[in-house]
Design a binder for this molecule. Sequence first.
Ligand SMILES: [Cu+2]
Length: 218
Amino acid sequence: MTQFFSIPTLLIVGTVWFVHLGCTPMTEPTEERRNVPITATNVEGVIVKGLAPPVAGGFHSAILFEQDEPQAKPLSTATVTMDQRGLVFVPGLLVARVGQEVAFTNGDDVLHNVHVTNAATLETIFNVATPSKGAYLHIFESVGTYSVSCDVHPAMAAYILITEAEYAVVAQRGGQFTSSDIPPGRYTVRVWNVDPKRRSVRKIDITKDAELNLVTPE
Ligand SMILES: [Cu+2]
């Protein structure tokens, strides 16, 4: 940590802070911010769509599908990325698997930092400066919800869900979601929303194309 607080770094932080004081809050999510970062590969999925709780506090819902009998299909090991762009974390909600590499990149011309805390325990996982065009790699070892902030720009906020589920989809603003990757089977389906009262867990058998109503907690 201490190397980030050398005098030159402090000078840079001060400059950035001054220029971007009153920086913009989270903007309207784009299609890119709802990407589906984890998916098993080489599977024949059915069409699963439905409705989850709508966006809350600027954060979309995510739906995690965990197979009750894992099929030993190869899981994607590709690195997933959370960028800092236009003073916004992109995507605002990222889903990654335990052990999957997450890259934190800074696409802006200003210094940011990435401050990740376990949302349940408030324990800081790491807090690093991300120089302009720089990147930091991290592998999360534990399932959970992690909150992401930038101490330079207090309006910047994001969440990362770390899961062992094989499939995940991030819902649209209104809660609509659709996936064609999920193979038939019995699943534990977890709905995440920033509002704990809107989260839910249920068992669902998916045998063919399905339409799920996941709005009401069970
Ligand atoms: Cu920042």
